[in-house]
Ligand binder design. Structure first.
Ligand code: MG
Ligand code: MG
Length: 279
């Protein structure tokens, strides 16, 4: 899983450097597809997943997630481009997302990217073995709402490993000490989706692209991490922690599940409008 994560992190870095006004979102898809497949055994996880037609998701401005790359979609100066990528290698999935400014963007967009990145970092910091799923959501939500933005609630993060979407769901909102306990060996994708305006979403007629209901801009950052006894380990590369991430070895799927039944209020928290897991 860590090897796939290293390829994924390198793909994300490559695409972050590649985004520029005038190119199409299909150009980005091709760069990612070629790069991932240049590593023996590695494949782009999204291609064909739930019948998704492309190798990455590209979502621009008010598009939150699951935008389909297209030769007709030209990136313009001032756009913010969310790129979501998954890699499958040796039977294990990893998942990461970033939002990239195209050229010079307005100050509000800059702040949106900064806040969403900080919210992801806060969520990762909260992903420790003594905490619960709710601690991650509370940390993300705290950073986002303090900045005056809103957390998307209709889509959530997820467990990941031999399956792309595994239990538990990882909402970007919640209360500390609620939800399933984070146990060492659990591997999850934490992925704040943050809107400038209201949190509401709608899905476009292509049945994939999710946009903010009020048309305000949205950002998305994501990392795959492993819970360990020594704190969270990045499985999709993250500055100086990426080396420690290589130590991460997921447990077999059946051992990773937390078999405790959540308390009724925890189940309500996890399930309330949060049944759709984001890629
Ligand atoms: Mg994901
Ligand atoms: Mg993703």
């Amino acid at each position: 899983m860590a090897r796939g994560g290293e390829i994924l992190a390198a793909t994300v870095r490559l695409l972050e450097k590649s985004v520029r006004p005038g190119m199409t979102t299909m150009d980005l898809d091709k760069i990612a597809d070629d790069f991932i497949r240049s590593h023996p055994g590695a494949t782009p996880a999204f291609k064909g997943l739930y019948n998704f037609p492309a190798s990455i998701c590209t979502s621009i401005n008010q598009e939150i997630v699951h935008g389909i790359p297209s030769k007709k979609r030209v990136i313009e100066e001032g756009d913010i481009v969310s790129i979501d990528i998954g890699v499958k290698l040796d039977g294990y999935y990893t998942d990461s997302a970033t939002t990239v400014p195209a050229g010079k963007v307005d100050p509000e967009s800059k702040k949106l990217l900064d806040v969403t990145k900080k919210a992801l970092a806060a969520g990762i910091e909260a992903a420790t073995a003594e905490n619960h799923i709710g601690d991650i959501g509370a940390a993300v939500q705290g950073v986002v709402e303090a900045a005056g933005f809103s957390v998307v609630r209709d889509l959530v993060g997820h467990g990941i490993g031999v399956g792309f979407h595994e239990d538990p769901q990882v909402p970007n909102f919640g209360k500390p000490k609620r939800g399933v306990r984070l146990q060492p060996g659990l591997t999850i994708a934490i992925e704040p989706m943050v809107n400038v305006g209201k949190p509401g979403t709608r899905t476009l007629p292509d049945r994939w692209t999710v946009v903010s209901v009020d048309g305000t801009r949205s950002a998305h950052f994501e990392h795959t991490i492993a819970i360990t006894d020594n704190g969270p380990r990045l499985g999709s590369g993250w500055s100086d922690r990426s080396r420690r991430a290589t130590e991460c070895q997921p447990r077999p799927r059946n051992e990773r599940r937390d078999r405790r039944r959540p308390a009724p209020e925890d189940a309500a928290l996890l399930n309330r409008r949060a049944s759709r897991r984001s890629l």
